[in-house]
Design a binder for this molecule. Structure first.
Ligand SMILES: C[S@@+](CC[C@H](N)C(=O)[O-])C[C@H]1O[C@@H](n2cnc3c(N)ncnc32)[C@H](O)[C@@H]1O
Length: 294
C-alpha cells in the first residue's frame, strides 16, 4: 500500500516535471501563482513600500506605468495607494497580461488599467508624461539597462519618479542551521551560476546605472522581508512552488543527493514544505527611488 502510494506520487511528480518542461521562458509554469502568492503573503511589506513611494511622489499621482507587471502585484498595490491613478501594465508575456486584465475586471478596476504587450527594454510606445514608473523584479530581464533606462526616463514627466525593486535571489524557507540551511545555500549558489549565464544584469549596480542614465537617486535601501510562525495561509504552497521551480532549474547543476533532498521537500512525505511548521519565509528586497530631474 505504502509502495503503491509512493509509486503514484512519483508518477504524479514526474508528470508535474514534464508539465514544467513544456513551459517557455516567456510563460514559465508556476510563475504566475508564485507572483500572486508573493503579493498576498508580503502585502503589509508592499503597503509600506508604496507608502514610501507616496512620500516622494506626492498624493496626486495619476499616470503610473508598471514595467514588467507580471500578474499585477505593483499595479494593484499602486491603484490602492493612489485612488485617482490609472496604470499602464507593460509586459512581454500576453499570458501575464491576460491574467492581470482578468484580475482587474474581477476587482472592478478594469477602467483604471490598460495593458501593453511590449519589450520594455526597447522604449514604451505611446507612454509619455507618467508620474510614476514602477519596475519590480523586471529590470534585470531587459537586454540593455542603459537603453531601457533611457526609455523609462523618456516616458516620465520631468520630476516624475522611478521606483525600482529587485530581489537578491530565491527566497529561503528552511531552518538556517544544519543541513536544511546548507542545502538552500547550495541551491542559491547554483541558481546564481545559472542566472549569471542567462540574466547577466541580475544583481547589477542599479544606483550607478540610474545615475548614468540621468536620474537623481533619492533613496537606496536593502531590507529583509520576513514571515515567521504563525505563517499566513499560502506560505506552504508558496514554498512548494518555489522549490518545484528551483528543482527543475537545477537538474544537472547540483548533486544527485541535493536533487533527491529537494524532491523530498515537495513529494508529499514527512519533509514536504506544505506540512511543516518550521518554515520562515525570507526574501531580501532592494529598492531604488530615482527622479527624472525637472
Ligand atoms: C519576476 S516577474 C516580476 C513581475 C512583477 N513585476 C512582480 O513584481 O510580481 C518578471 C516579469 O517581467 C516580464 N518581462 C521579462 N522580460 C520582459 C521584457 N523584455 N519586456 C517586458 N516585460 C518583460 C516577465 O514576463 C515577467 O512578467
Amino acid at each position: 500500500m505504502a509502495h503503491g502510494h509512493q509509486h503514484q506520487h512519483q508518477h504524479q511528480h514526474q508528470h508535474e516535471h514534464a508539465a514544467h518542461a513544456r513551459g517557455s521562458d516567456a510563460t514559465p509554469n508556476g510563475l504566475p501563482e508564485i507572483l500572486d502568492l508573493d503579493a498576498a503573503l508580503f502585502a503589509p511589506h508592499l503597503t509600506a513600500l508604496t507608502g514610501r513611494i507616496a512620500c516622494l511622489a506626492g498624493d496626486d499621482v495619476r499616470s503610473v506605468v508598471d514595467l514588467g507587471s507580471g500578474t499585477g502585484t505593483g499595479t494593484f498595490a499602486l491603484l490602492e495607494r493612489f485612488p485617482t491613478a490609472r496604470v499602464t501594465a507593460v509586459d512581454s508575456s500576453p499570458e501575464m497580461l491576460e491574467r492581470l486584465a482578468s484580475a482587474a475586471r474581477d476587482r472592478g478596476l478594469g477602467d483604471r488599467v490598460r495593458t501593453l504587450e511590449a519589450d520594455a527594454g526597447a522604449g514604451l510606445p505611446g507612454v509619455a508624461d507618467a508620474d510614476l514608473v514602477w519596475a519590480s523584479a523586471s529590470l534585470h530581464h531587459l537586454d540593455d539597462p542603459a537603453t531601457a533606462l533611457a526609455g523609462i526616463r523618456a516616458a516620465l514627466r520631468p520630476g516624475g519618479l522611478l521606483a525600482v525593486a529587485e530581489v537578491d535571489g530565491m527566497p529561503t524557507f528552511l531552518p538556517e542551521d544544519g543541513e536544511p540551511g546548507a542545502l538552500e545555500r547550495r541551491c542559491r549558489e547554483a541558481l546564481d551560476g545559472l542566472h549569471a549565464e542567462r540574466l547577466p544584469h541580475r544583481g547589477a549596480d542599479w544606483g550607478s546605472l540610474l545615475t548614468a542614465a540621468g536620474f537623481s537617486v533619492e533613496q537606496e535601501r536593502a531590507e529583509p522581508w520576513e514571515l515567521r510562525a504563525p505563517l499566513p495561509e499560502g506560505a506552504g504552497r508558496y514554498a512548494y512552488l518555489v522549490f518545484e521551480r528551483v528543482r527543475d532549474s537545477l537538474v544537472g547543476r547540483i548533486s544527485p543527493e541535493d536533487l533527491a533532498a529537494l524532491d523530498r521537500l515537495v513529494d508529499g512525505g514527512p519533509e514536504d514544505v506544505r506540512h511543516r511548521d518550521d518554515l520562515v519565509v525570507r526574501s531580501m528586497r532592494e529598492t531604488w527611488m530615482a527622479r527624472r530631474p525637472v
